[in-house]
Design a protein around this ligand. Structure first.
Ligand code: ADP
Length: 446
């Protein structure tokens, strides 16, 4: 048995605890979110706006017409199916499009319209007559850069004079000293720094809009922070600087303040998750096999719409998927060995109801909402990488947001004193009773 932080961890399938968590990085999560997102995230929270000049009036727009966009851009916005600005766009767009343009730090969870907002700002500010790079957009990875590029192409579909180039490793064979002609360049910090500094494909003095996207993901990668700052230092003080982040921990905040001078700040709080509408149960078992038969009993007893089952390791998830399949259930499996694209496809199928059960490790529990799920089964309780109860993940797996959140059911499988202690600790933390469930007599569940 492995000991860390004075805690004894139970052996499980021979895999190391927290393995999946460690490997899953934020960039992959963020990409997955983009791949499966097809709509704005609904939020009822108020936007918090901090203006650089508190005496200047605060503009907010309720329609895209008010922004006086170039006709092909307005046409592009409508072609994307946008009817009105999202909550964050209502305030961010007038600030970004103001003359003279203003600097902005904006934070809101993924899916609230940040990308669409800065893409519109970039497209508005470039001058298509000038055949040189005017906008730089920094993304943490090539894949994320491509996603943003697609939005630029989509929104700019009626404005073909504006061209886009990707600055990614090995992407270009210009002669040293030659210049990129595309007005917008999007890429990763390392390559963009090379393009500006070493290869001189871009003249940083001619950049009028600088966007740093996914700041929280960016700073999670060693080196990206420094490279971004080095690029920013080459720009002129008239260049508009914009920074976006889905989260706002202290590290993001201090980075944002270093890189964006005199910013306006817009924040949109995440909708809080609650356990209020969730019935929570636990089942006492003594082994993995017993957990499985309890699961079958639960499954037989309730006419479940759709269920998600969380396992701690990839191995348990694979095993469970095999067992359920043998019993004749149609299951979908998400696991760490899949590419992000494969995972996105599995989630899409599940969302469309093609499978009723989705088995997963922690990798998909964070940041991804599968709101139609009414039953969540913790085949293993959530632990952090030190083997301590992970309350936040617990809440995120089974909690619901919004005041009108649907009712739900959560069942926790306990198979040792260790997991019972974890359960009790989670129960204490949320101060919400987790009732014992007898799976041989399951009637009480509904
Ligand atoms: P974020 O960058 O905050 O993750 P996005 O800009 O990618 O958010 O927007 C999330 C989703 O909502 C995308 O599918 C996007 O096309 C859509 N979207 C963005 N703005 C609007 C809007 N004003 N109206 C309708 N849909 C929008």
């Amino acid at each position: 048995r492995e000991i860390s932080n004075g805690k004894v961890k139970p052996e499980e399938d021979g895999d190391k605890y927290g393995d999946e968590d460690e490997k899953e990085d934020r960039a992959a999560q963020s990409l997955l979110n983009k791949l499966i997102r097809s709509n704005l995230v609904n939020t009822t929270n108020q936007v918090e706006v901090l203006q650089r000049d508190p005496n200047s009036p605060l503009y907010s727009v309720k329609s895209f017409e008010e922004l006086r966009l170039r006709p092909p851009l307005l046409q592009g916005v409508y072609a994307m199916g946008f009817n009105r600005p999202s909550r964050i766009q209502e305030n961010a767009l007038p600030m970004m499009l103001a003359a003279p343009p203003q600097n902005l730090i904006a934070q809101s969870q993924s899916g609230t319209g940040k990308t669409a907002a800065f893409v519109l700002a970039m497209l508005t500010h470039v001058n298509p007559e000038n055949k040189w790079t005017q906008c730089l957009c920094l993304s943490p990875t090539y894949e994320l850069a491509l996603q943003t590029g697609k939005v630029i192409e989509h929104m700019g579909q009626f404005y073909p004079e504006v061209k886009l180039a990707y600055a990614i490793r090995g992407s270009r064979r210009l002669e040293r000293g030659q210049k990129v002609q595309e007005q917008i360049v999007i890429g990763t910090p390392g390559t963009l720094l090379d393009w500006c500094l070493k290869l001189k494909f871009i003249d940083p003095k001619k950049i009028t809009v600088f966007v740093l996207d996914e700041a929280d993901v960016m700073i999670a990668t060693q080196g990206h922070q420094d490279q971004s700052i080095r690029i920013q230092r080459m720009l002129t003080k008239d260049c508009q600087m914009l920074l976006f982040s889905a989260t706002f921990e202290d590290s993001v905040w201090s980075f944002a303040q270093r890189i964006i001078p005199d910013p306006n700040i817009i924040k949109l709080k995440r909708e809080e998750e609650t356990l209020d509408t969730i019935k929570q149960y636990y089942v006492q078992c003594s082994s993995k096999e017993e957990k499985f038969s309890a699961l079958c009993n639960i499954y037989g007893a309730i006419t479940i719409a759709q269920a998600m089952i969380f396992c701690h390791t990839r191995r348990t998830a694979n095993w469970l998927a095999g067992q359920l399949t043998k019993e004749g259930h149609q299951v979908a499996l998400l696991s760490g060995e899949m590419t992000v694209e494969q995972r996105a496809a599995v989630i899409q199928r599940f969302r469309q109801g093609k499978e009723k059960v989705l088995i997963t490790t922690n990798v998909c529990s964070r940041g991804i909402d599968v709101t139609q799920v009414s039953v969540v089964i913790n085949f293993d309780l959530p632990l952090d990488k030190d083997g301590n109860p992970d309350n936040e993940t617990y809440l995120h797996r089974i909690g619901r947001t919004g005041r009108f959140g649907k009712r739900g059911l959560a069942v926790n499988m306990v198979d040792s004193k260790y997991s019972m202690d974890i359960l009790l600790s989670i129960q204490d933390h949320f101060n919400k009773k987790i009732k014992k469930l007898d799976t041989d007599d399951i009637d009480e569940i509904e």
